[in-house]
Ligand binder design. Structure first.
Ligand code: FES
Length: 144
């Protein structure tokens, strides 16, 4: 009887360990650092080449010395990209991007990758920039 009980206990421990490892792996993948693209702005347009995106990574942080705030650029499809300013609309704190959205470490606001508020205290959506596709690149209009 004791052996059966020990077997069940060991099996459950192993199963929980495997499930826990899987969950941890998923969480770590979500925390993987985003690629940062440092681009020049010409007449307010930042050019990001298609090659900045991969089959597995659809999100790039765009950084430009002339801008006060980074931009998260998301590949929605081959013909659609979304660019959102990474400035919290609550009290102007820099946001952190993940594979599923953006969050603010100051007071906990969260946003989806389209810039919509998903958790208060922020009430307003993030600033969006228009994008255009041409010449194998995405052009972000920082004056839009
Ligand atoms: S500044 Fe972002 S939640 Fe307050």
């Amino acid at each position: 009887m004791q052996n059966r009980r020990d077997f069940i206990k060991q099996s459950c421990t192993l199963c929980f360990g495997i499930v826990g490892l899987g969950a941890l792996t998923t969480q770590l993948a979500g925390c993987a650092p985003m690629p940062i693209f440092k681009g020049e702005a010409v007449n307010g347009l930042i050019t990001v080449p298609f090659t900045s995106f991969t089959e597995t990574n659809k999100i790039v942080i765009v950084r430009n010395a002339q801008l006060d705030w980074d931009i998260v650029l998301v590949k929605v499809s081959d013909t659609e990209y979304q660019a959102v300013q990474m400035k919290c609309t609550h009290q102007e704190n820099p946001l952190t991007a993940t594979q599923t959205g953006l969050f603010c470490s100051a007071h906990g606001s969260t946003f989806d990758l389209k810039g919509n508020v998903t958790k208060e205290p922020a009430l307003r959506p993030l600033k969006k920039y228009s994008t255009e596709i041409r010449d194998n690149s995405i052009f972000i209009n920082t004056k839009s």
